[in-house]
Design a protein around this ligand. Structure first.
Ligand SMILES: [Zn+2]
Length: 159
């Protein structure tokens, strides 16, 4: 009998980021600064059928453990994602990403007259999370709203 399930090579040590919203795997790699030229095995699966979300993306990275700051950035564009830590081909830890309540010093406000963008004395940007899926943020200084596309554009350009 022919099997139609996805066959992806298992990784020995590393991280599997599962349940990424479909079409966002490449943005996740950009956030992590992974270009594919680092030498380790990176597997990307896009638009994989998912019971829960219809379609999802998956990223597997051999030999990489994520830092808290990296997970927080991924949360901005993939709040539904789960992180699986692999050791010796087995999942040793699995957790759902959680969106932080505040986003500090990661994104810039899109309002050009916001105090955080002052050329003389810029202050650290800070946003409150007002919606998680998809993520929407409000600048605590000028109340400007950052939509998902603003956030995605910024995190992809920056990393
Ligand atoms: Zn602002």
């Amino acid at each position: 009998m022919e099997k139609h399930e996805l066959k992806v090579q298992k990784i020995k040590e590393g991280t599997v980021i599962d349940h990424i919203p479909a079409g966002h795997a490449l943005s996740v790699l950009k956030i992590l600064g992974i270009t594919g030229r680092e030498g380790f095995i990176v597997t990307i699966a896009c638009n994989v059928p998912s019971k829960k979300y219809g379609k999802k993306d998956i990223v597997k990275i051999e030999g990489k453990e994520l830092k808290v700051e990296e997970v927080n950035k991924i949360a901005l564009i993939a709040p539904t994602a789960t992180i699986n830590i692999i050791k010796n081909y087995n999942v040793v830890e699995k957790y759902k990403i959680s969106v932080p309540k505040e986003i500090v010093n990661i994104l810039k406000c899109t309002n050009p007259s916001c105090i955080t963008r002052s050329e003389r004395e810029p202050i650290t940007s800070k946003f409150k999370v007002i919606s998680e899926k998809p993520v929407r943020l409000r600048c605590v200084f000028c109340n400007n709203i950052l939509e998902l596309e603003d956030i995605e554009k910024q995190v992809s350009e920056k990393y």
